[in-house]
Design a protein around this ligand. Structure first.
Ligand code: HPA
Ligand code: ZN
Length: 363
C-alpha cells in the first residue's frame, strides 16, 4: 500500500433521483442517522483505491454501483463492508467525512450527528487515532466552510461481541471531547442489546450519550426495543419502526421521550418488507413519538437527507408541516449545547413563519 497523492475530488457531485422542490430545499435540516463509513461514493472508492494502491474488483464508477446488490441487512452489510478496504490513512477519513458534510450542507443540513464504526478499520490495522483525527479535521473544516455543525457517535459492531466493543470503548476515552455518544449497529440476528449491557453501562458512566439500532423486522425486534429502552437506558433508537406493534412500547417511548431516527429511502429498497414503512412513520408521528429522519448509507440507498424528505413528500404524501416537524424533533433530541439548540430552533421558527406553517404543532 502506497500513500501518494493526488487527492480524490473531495465532494462527489450527487445526482439526485429525488430533487427537492425549492421550498423543501430551503428547509433547515438536521441529520440524525448517517454512517460515515457508509457514505463512500463510487468515485471516491475508485480514487482511494488508486491512491492507496489497493486492488479492487471494479474499474469504473458504474461497475462499483452495479456491485451494490443486496436484499436484506446481512447482504447489504457484506457489500458495504467489502468497500472499506480502500480506506487507510487519516487523510482518507478526513476526505470521506468532508465530502459527506459538503453534500449534506448543499442540501440544507445545518447539523449532523454521524455514526462511525472504528472496528471495520482497526480490525484491518488502521490506528484508531488516525480515524478519529481525520474525521475531526473534516468537522472543523466543514464548520468553517459551510457553517454546518457535526458530532461523532461511535458505533460498536454487534457481530464482533462485547469484549471487542469494550476494548474499542477504552480507545475512545481519550477522545471524550470529540465523540459525543456511542451506538450499536451491524447484524442484529442473535445479538440483542442485552449482550452489550456492560459496555453501555460503562459508556454511560464515562459520560457518553447512548443510542442503538433496532433495525426493521428483525427477529425479536420488539424485545430488542424494550431491552434498549428499559434495560440499557438508551436515549434514542435508530430505526425502531416495530415499536408500533406494541401499545405498551409506544407509551414507554413517549413517556421517556425516546428519539427515533428513521430512514425512508433505505426501507424502500428492501423488497421483502411487508410493512408499508411510510405509513408506519406517519403512525409514529401521529402517536406523538419524536421522529427524526436520516439517510443511513446514501450511495447504497438512493440519496441523502434532502432526497429522503422529498421521497416522503412525493411517495408518502407528507406535508411540509410534517417534514418541518421531523426537523424540530431532530433538534429536540440532538446532543447539542443549549445555545446551538436555540439557534437551530430559531432557524426552523423563521422557516415556519416564511412558509405559513403552524409552529404550535411542535409543542
Ligand atoms: N443497520 C445496521 N448496521 C448498519 C446500518 C444499518 O442500517 N447501516 C450501516 N451499518
Ligand atoms: Zn443505520
Amino acid at each position: 500500500m502506497t500513500a501518494v497523492s493526488p487527492a480524490p475530488a473531495e465532494a462527489t457531485a450527487h445526482t439526485s433521483r429525488w430533487p427537492m422542490t425549492p421550498e423543501l430545499a430551503a428547509l433547515p435540516k438536521v441529520e440524525m442517522h448517517i454512517h460515515l463509513d457508509g457514505t463512500l461514493e463510487p468515485a471516491m472508492k475508485l480514487a482511494l483505491a488508486r491512491r492507496n494502491g489497493v486492488t479492487i474488483a471494479q474499474s469504473s464508477e458504474e461497475e462499483i454501483r452495479d456491485s451494490f446488490v443486496f436484499h436484506d441487512l446481512p447482504t447489504f452489510l457484506a457489500v458495504h463492508y467489502s468497500n472499506m478496504d480502500v480506506l487507510w490513512t487519516s487523510l482518507d477519513y478526513e476526505e470521506l467525512c468532508y465530502a459527506y458534510l459538503s453534500t449534506a450542507a448543499s442540501q440544507g443540513v445545518r447539523h449532523a450527528e454521524m455514526f462511525f464504526d472504528p472496528q471495520l478499520h482497526t480490525s484491518r490495522g488502521v490506528p484508531f487515532d488516525d480515524i478519529v483525527r481525520g474525521y475531526r479535521r473534516a468537522i472543523v473544516r466543514a464548520r468553517s466552510d459551510f457553517g454546518v455543525t457535526a458530532e461523532l457517535i461511535m458505533c460498536f459492531l454487534r457481530d464482533y461481541g462485547a469484549d471487542h466493543a469494550m476494548t474499542t470503548l477504552m480507545s475512545a476515552l481519550r477522545y471524550r471531547d470529540w465523540i459525543i455518544g456511542v451506538g450499536l449497529d451491524s447484524d442484529e440476528l442473535r445479538h440483542p442489546p442485552a449482550e452489550y449491557a456492560a459496555v453501555f453501562g460503562r459508556a454511560r458512566r464515562e459520560g457518553f450519550q447512548i443510542t442503538m439500532h433496532c433495525d426493521v423486522d428483525q427477529v425479536d425486534s420488539t424485545e430488542h426495543i424494550r431491552q434498549a429502552i428499559e434495560d440499557l437506558g438508551t436515549q434514542r433508537i435508530d430505526h425502531g419502526l416495530n415499536v408500533m406493534e406494541s401499545d405498551a412500547l409506544v407509551e414507554l417511548a413517549r413517556t421517556r421521550r425516546i428519539g427515533f431516527t428513521v430512514c425512508p429511502l433505505p426501507y424502500s429498497t428492501h423488497p421483502t418488507r411487508g410493512l408499508p414503512e411510510l405509513e408506519v412513520i406517519r403512525g409514529m408521528l401521529d402517536a406523538g413519538l419524536l421522529v427524526s429522519v436520516g439517510s443511513d448509507d446514501p450511495p447504497y440507498f438512493g440519496g441523502y437527507l434532502g432526497d429522503n424528505l422529498q421521497f416522503m413528500a412525493e411517495v408518502g404524501g407528507f406535508t411540509l408541516q410534517e417534514l418541518w416537524l421531523t426537523q424540530v424533533h431532530a433538534v429536540d433530541i440532538a446532543w447539542v449545547s443549549a445555545r446551538r439548540r436555540q439557534e437551530l430552533l430559531e432557524e426552523l421558527a423563521g422557516y415556519a413563519r416564511d412558509h405559513a406553517l403552524d409552529p404550535s404543532a411542535a409543542e
